[in-house]
Design a protein around this ligand. Structure first.
Ligand code: ADP
Length: 596
């Protein structure tokens, strides 16, 4: 870091000085270059070029050796020659600049290196260093060649690479974009120097797009890494302010594919899936086709309640148990729910389930949340209840509003058994000829595979809610497309897939039971333009004014229906031994990746 700081000002002058005739004429101590009859700038140019070309060559060779596992001590003739060249040019450059530096220091010249010795500046460098930490920036073989020192000046002075640049002077991958105005350039510098906190840009500038642009540029300069490829334009940064993402520098693009129509409960849905896994949409689409050809799937919502479980502590286990009995007593429910329900028009307390660990009590509050996924809503309600309980139990010590008995974004049996969010079961009877013609397998093979893989295999693996083939693939893809919280894929993907031969063993009954699908159609990422468009496609965008909560519930059934389709198709591919072939077709590009 200090090298970068210093170089901001120094490298130009150190490199430029020899070009100034008045400097050369008056020097008395000899420079290393004095004995060379060529013009000085030419000599310097030759040695500079030689130094960096050879350095570049050696780095390339070093990288190849690491990649091909060739021992570093095995040296070829060309490498030996390159090392000699590096040595000679280094001696020259060291002599030239070293002597020049000592000389100017002795003369007391007020050059740039003296500025670096300034006490304030040193303090500033230390502050800057401590802000970034002492560690080098992350690097990847083949992505980032250590930039030659002269490039470092680009951190403050954007410059275009000259056409005649030799390989050694080839620009490092960092792309310094000139700021759109001198004002912006000043702010970028201020962020780079740590004087303006990056997080404060939005509030200071009052312009979210400009803030993102400045932060992005500052980040590139600080890290020396290019963000080319991560788009900045074409996104509404106002829409994420204060609710979806802090300190944005761009946005990641995820392709959205459509599976369907999914015929579910007598209606057709085109299911948007955000994914980069080849084959996934195609496979789910095939499952939808099999379901539709068999008359469609049916879903039932079994339960709808978001949970939050604070942890509170008492002086004794007895006191913790007393509170447990209090909150579980039906006679107290009205009081508690009145406090809980104050927080929202939509949050309605349903139940409180308690668990004790010694003196600690975990109270798992469950409530309906309308069309919101509901984490904020339930948390606000729980806070109200804690305030109420505190007045009755002044010795209650609230350790945390979330005590992990909820349980959010972690695999936990409580969600698998009790449910969280929406609990849905979805089924279909797939006709014998559909299994043959569309799924390319037969009922007996599917039933046997399901028993041995999804049930027995998962039991052998000690699975927790993972009695399925790939529910999380479909859940994650639909969540990304529709603005759900992708981290809740953990419990939302809990699923048991059942398959059974019916109608005298001719047809296949298939079902998925998913106890904790956590979705919403308001709040969070659902209101962003792209995600809202996908919700709109499903007919569940935003709040349902006539029947609050029905949009979110419908979305949960669509998720389960899409999982049913995904399970059918993947299980069939495995039963028919097609899995590897289809993945080689859709998941491996035929393109020559080296040319891409
Ligand atoms: P979450 O609780 O999922 O984190 P938010 O708190 O971000 O969700 O969003 C819910 C907000 O949307 C609340 O302020 C709520 O009052 C409002 N809202 C409007 N209509 C509805 C609805 N039909 N269902 C649920 N919330 C709604």
């Amino acid at each position: 870091m200090d090298v970068r700081r210093r170089s901001n000002k120094s490298v130009y002058s150190a490199a430029d000085e020899p070009l100034k005739p008045h400097k050369l004429s008056s020097v008395s101590p000899p420079n290393a270059s004095d004995g060379i009859s060529l013009p000085l700038y030419l000599t310097n140019g030759v040695f500079f070029t030689m130094f960096f070309s050879v350095m570049y060559f050696l780095l390339q060779r070093w990288r190849e050796k690491i990649r091909n596992s060739i021992p570093l001590h095995v040296v070829t003739l060309s490498e030996l020659a390159a090392m000699a060249g590096l040595f000679v040019s280094a001696i020259y450059l060291l002599g030239f600049f070293g002597v020049g530096f000592v000389q100017s220091a002795l003369k007391g010249n007020q050059d740039i290196w003296d500025v670096e010795d300034d006490e304030n500046n040193e303090k500033y460098i230390l502050e800057e260093d401590s802000r970034r930490g002492p560690w080098p920036a992350a690097t990847t073989l083949g992505c980032s060649v250590p930039p030659p020192p002269v490039r470092k000046i680009a951190a403050v002075a954007p410059e275009q690479p000259t056409k005649s640049a030799t390989p050694a002077e080839k620009p490092a991958p960092i792309i310094i974009t000139p700021a759109s105005s001198s004002d912006d350039e000043e702010i970028i510098k201020s962020v780079v120097e740590g004087k303006t906190p990056s997080y404060s840009l939005e509030s200071k500038l009052g312009d979210t797009k400009r803030a993102a642009s400045i932060r992005r540029e500052a980040l590139q300069r600080i890290t020396g890494k290019s963000l080319e490829g991560l788009p900045l334009e074409g996104f509404n940064y106002d829409s994420i302010l204060g609710q979806c993402c802090e300190m944005p520098v761009g946005y990641v693009q995820i392709p959205v594919g459509i599976a369907g129509p999914l015929l579910l409960d007598g209606r057709e849905y085109s299911v948007p899936m955000g994914t980069t896994e080849g084959c996934l949409v195609a496979s789910t689409n095939r499952g939808c086709k099999a379901i539709a050809a068999s008359g469609g799937a049916t879903s039932m919502l079994l339960r709808d309640g978001m949970t939050r479980a604070p942890v509170v502590r008492f002086g004794t286990a007895k006191r913790a148990a007393e509170l447990k009995f209090f909150v579980e007593d039906p006679a107290n429910f009205d009081n508690i729910s009145a406090a809980f329900n104050k927080s929202s028009r939509f949050g309605r307390l349903q139940s409180i389930q308690c668990a004790i660990a010694g003196k600690n009590l975990y109270m798992r509050f469950s409530c309906s949340t309308g069309d919101a996924m509901g984490m904020n809503m339930v948390s606000k309600g729980v806070q109200n209840v804690l305030d109420l309980l505190q007045s009755k139990y002044p010795d209650m010590d609230v350790l945390g509003i979330s005590g992990n008995f909820c349980s959010d974004k972690k695999p936990a049996a409580v969600n698998w058994i009790e449910g969280r969010g929406k609990s849905v079961v979805c089924e279909a009877t797939i006709k014998e000829d559909v299994v043959k013609k569309i799924l390319k397998t037969n009922v007996a093979s599917l039933v046997e595979l399901n028993m041995l893989k999804n049930l027995t295999g998962s039991a052998m693996a000690g699975a927790l809610g993972g009695f399925n083939a790939h529910a999380s693939n479909i859940v994650s893809a639909v969540y990304l497309a529709t603005g759900q919280d992708p981290a809740q894929n953990v419990e939302s993907s809990h699923c048991i897939t059942m398959m059974e031969a019916v109608n005298d063993g001719k047809d296949l009954h298939v079902s998925v039971t998913m106890p904790s699908i956590e979705v919403g159609t308001v709040g969070g990422g659902t209101q962003l333009a792209s995600q809202a468009a996908c919700l709109n496609l499903l007919g569940v965008k935003g709040a349902n004014r006539d029947a609050p909560g029905s949009n979110a519930r419908l979305l949960a059934t669509v998720v389960a229906g899409a999982v049913l389709a995904g399970e059918l198709s993947l299980m069939s591919a495995i039963a028919a031994g097609q899995l590897v072939n289809s993945h080689m077709k859709y998941n491996r590009s035929n393109k020559d990746v080296t040319k891409a």
